[in-house]
Design a protein around this ligand. Structure first.
Ligand code: FA5
Length: 364
């Protein structure tokens, strides 16, 4: 080996030894990168600088010396890759130890949604009637005066309109009247169904209704009703009573008492209201608190809570939709859904339903 050749080889050896030693000290990613630039950097790296000495080696010796240079380069590169790999593995191991997950810990329970008591009640009542052969239909909440009143034998100026405190849609027709309203009851669905279908008819129509009235323990300004209608040849008041008794037994059990009293609705004749004994005072009208006797607020001391209005469909209503009232008769009823829920679950105030207090809603 010539002196230039051996000097060059020694220089390379020393770069390798120094580099390998320095590599052991590099423990952090940034130290590793600094090492790479110092020893393997293309422009100013120590290996690059040492390689420049190759020009002093005679051309015939260059292949031998070049091979040595390649060995050194490979040794440094492999050592670098191995160090990088082992530092990465170490970092992962440390992370696994410090950020350990305990997969046996129980998860946080996600709150479960549930059906609103109104929806549950609608479903229960609907199931009771579908079991008796009734079909479920729906109608619009924004309704025409024609269906809400006119076709139900409540023409303009009829005093019965005062009973339904109406929320009108603020839009005038050519006569300067307001033809649209938020339906005050589900009875307009009766007229809509009869216009479309021919008897025999057995339907129930659940839905939301609105009334411009003062709110108290048993009255809301928006609530739900379920309408019922049966029209066929030979339907009598006995069919109405039997159907409603059966419904009451299915929903409230056989031991609750119900009563029918005469009532007036222009779309039925005769008309009744159906009440059930008050769950709070057990039909007595008063409640005992210790030695004291207090009036029952829920039933207003009557011992009864009204559930629904009902009656035989008025012949004028049948005629208005084109039925022959000498051939067909029918019965209809309309019940308050929240009132049914109040009676079934012993709820003391209708206002709980729509204040969205989860403590109330969770009970059902
Ligand atoms: C009607 O709405 C008639 N359409 C019912 C009817 C249908 C009669 C078919 C005859 C034939 P009424 O206004 O009484 O009637 O209401 C019916 C039921 O809705 C009541 O018995 C009661 O359970 C419920 N209800 C009435 N007003 C309210 C209110 N403000 N808040 C909650 N429930 C109410």
């Amino acid at each position: 080996m010539s002196s230039g050749q051996s000097e060059f080889a020694t220089q390379l050896e020393s770069v390798r030894n120094e580099g390998l030693k320095a590599l052991e000290q590099a423990a952090m990613p940034e130290q590793l990168e600094a090492w790479r630039v110092t020893y393997l950097g293309r422009r100013e790296g120590k290996l690059t600088l040492a390689m420049r000495g190759l020009s002093a080696v005679p051309p015939e010796s260059r292949p031998v010396v070049g091979a040595v240079a390649n060995q050194v380069k490979t040794a440094l590169e492999e050592a670098f890759a191995a160090r990088k790999q082992s530092l990465k593995a170490l970092a992962l191991e440390r992370m696994a130890q410090h950020e350990k997950l305990d997969v046996t810990l129980p998860g946080r329970p996600a709150p479960m949604g549930r059906l609103h008591p109104t929806t549950q009640t609608i479903r229960e009542v609907t199931a009771a009637f579908t079991a008796m052969g009734f079909q479920v239909v729906e109608g619009p909440e924004v309704e025409l005066d024609e269906y809400n009143f006119e076709l139900l034998n409540i023409p303009k100026g009829h005093p019965a309109r005062d009973k339904f405190d109406t929320i009108w849609v603020d839009q005038l027709d050519a006569n300067g009247d307001m033809p649209m309203l938020l339906r005050t009851h589900t009875s307009p669905v009766q007229a809509r169904v009869m216009q479309k279908m021919q008897p025999p008819i057995r339907i129930i129509a659940p839905g939301k209704v609105y009334r411009y009235e003062a709110v108290d323990a048993t009255h809301e300004w928006h609530f739900h009703q379920i309408e019922g209608l049966a029209v066929d040849e030979g339907i009598t008041f006995a069919n109405l009573k039997a159907t409603l008794y059966d419904f009451a037994r299915r929903i409230f059990g056989a031991d609750r008492r119900v009563r029918f009293r005469c009532d007036f609705f222009p779309f039925v004749e005769p008309g009744v209201d159906m009440s059930i004994d008050c769950f709070q005072c057990k039909g007595k009208g008063v409640i005992k608190i210790g030695n004291r006797t207090e009036p029952c607020r829920l039933c207003k001391e009557t011992g009864w809570i009204e559930m629904m209005g009902a009656g035989m469909v008025h012949p004028r209503v049948l005629e208005a939709v084109g039925y022959d009232s000498r051939k067909y008769t029918g019965f209809a009823f309309g019940m308050g859904v929240e009132r049914i829920a109040i009676l079934k679950y012993g709820i003391d105030d209708i206002r709980h339903f729509y204040t969205n207090d989860v403590r109330f809603l969770r009970q059902f």
